[in-house]
Every structure is written in C-alpha cells, then in structure tokens.
Design a protein around this ligand. Structure first.
Ligand code: FPP
Length: 225
C-alpha cells in the first residue's frame, strides 16, 4: 500500500520576496499568502486521506520583524479568521491553534477562541495554524508542564506538546532548506520536500504533485522495510 500523507505541515516562505519582485510592499505578499492558505486548506479538506494540515503562520522569532509588518500580520490573521469562519463550517474543517497564544491581543485571542469552539465538531480536516510557535518553545513548555509527573518518556512528552501528531510530509516553499524551529519533535520521521516556488505562487497542483512523489517513497522508520 502506498503512503498516505495524513499529516501535512508547511513552512509558507517567500511572501516578502514575491511582493518585492513586483515592486510592492512585503505586506502585499502576506495578503496574497492568506489567499493561498485558503485554497490549500480547501484542497486538503477535499482529500479524505489528509487528516491534518499544519501551517507555520507566525513564529516565536517573527517578532524581530519591523513593527509595522508584525502589526499587519496580526491584523491579517484576525481578519482571516473572522472572514473564513463560515468557510471552515461550510467545508467541515476544524480549526486549531498551536503555539503560545498568551502574548496576543485580547481581540485576536477572542477570535481564535471563537473559531476554535465553533468548529470543534468538524471532521473533514483539521487545519492547525502555528501562531507564536517555535519547536523549542513548545518542547520547553511541555517539559515544564511534565516535571512533576516523574520520569519523562517519549510518549508522555508527546502528549504534553501543543501538537501530539507526527508529521508525515513537511513542505517548505521559497527555496531554503531548513526547518526554522518548526515541528522539531513531530517531524522526526517526516519526508521533507523543498520547492523554490514562493508561497504566493504555490498551488493545489504543485501540492498534488508533491503528494504523488511522497506516495512513492519507502518509509522505514529506522527498520529495514
Ligand atoms: C514567510 O514569508 C511568511 C510568514 C512569516 C508569514 C506567513 C503568513 C502568511 C502566509 C499569510 C497570513 C496567514 C494566515 C493564516 C492568514 P517571508 O515574509 O519570510 O518571505 P521572504 O522570505 O520572501 O521574506
């Protein structure tokens, strides 16, 4: 039987370069990037072998960006979740955030909470947005939360993470070959695919061709076959 990409995780890189190449502000790239989030999520929701799509939307390191860009991204996230609330429901897609949300504004936290609760019963796909997320931060928080419970095991630590699901297929757009602190634990046995395509130009067709390649890979998980 071929591999099924049950959990796909994507590092959505290249918004800024895409916009600058057209002589536009970087924020224009993020706006276009949000449209691609919508279309890739819809594609995954229509393919029953995909259970979970985790998207790196804002990292613990992204606060280092210029204040105006950070503010724009915060507003864009809030706008996206508000406007897509009905799309999640219409397409039976559950929304889940991961990351340390405590730093966000009350109004953004309220929208996150609202969409999460409203979509709790949806089961075609879980779209997970990584928000103020860093793999190291996630592991440190999980270890601290588990300290009182005796020796930590792989299973107990996994269960204490924001995301308890192994990643099958990890994709990074934008041409770089690194994980940038994304899904450090969950990607232990993920198949990694890197594409030069900038996120605003990524498409369901390209995702489909990556999935096709993924299905031909022999995954041994440290065994022989
Ligand atoms: C990386 O591109 C992208 C981000 C840091 C933000 C990702 C945000 C989006 C895709 C849009 C908003 C998301 C949602 C869910 C509404 P970059 O800015 O680092 O691009 P560059 O490498 O070309 O500079």
């Amino acid at each position: 039987m071929s591999n099924q990409p049950r959990h796909i995780a994507i590092i959505m890189d290249g918004n800024g370069r895409w916009a600058e190449a057209q002589g536009k502000n970087r924020t224009y790239g993020h706006e276009k990037g949000a449209e691609i989030v919508r279309s890739i999520t819809t594609y995954c929701g229509e393919h029953s072998e995909i259970d979970r799509l985790t998207l790196y939307a804002f990292s613990t390191e992204n606060w280092k960006r210029p204040k105006l860009e950070v503010e724009f991204l915060m507003k864009l996230l809030e706008k996206y979740l508000k406007s897509e609330r009905s799309t999640y429901l219409d397409n039976n897609i559950r929304f889940e955030p991961i990351g340390d949300l405590s730093i966000f504004s009350k109004s953004l936290r309220n929208v996150i909470d609202d969409v999460q609760k409203a979509t709790e019963g949806c089961n075609a796909l879980t779209q997970c947005l990584a928000l103020n997320y860093g793999g190291r931060d996630e592991i440190v928080r999980a270890v601290n939360a588990s300290r009182e419970n005796g020796a930590i095991t792989v299973e107990s630590l996994t269960n204490a993470l924001d995301c308890t699901h192994d990643v099958d297929l990890l994709i990074r757009t934008g041409g770089d070959h690194r994980l940038s602190n994304f899904m450090m634990w969950q990607a232990a046995y993920a198949e990694l695919f890197f594409t030069k395509t900038l996120w605003p130009e990524f498409s369901a067709d390209e995702l489909e061709s990556i999935i096709k390649k993924f299905k031909t890979v022999e995954r041994r998980f440290g065994g022989l076959n």
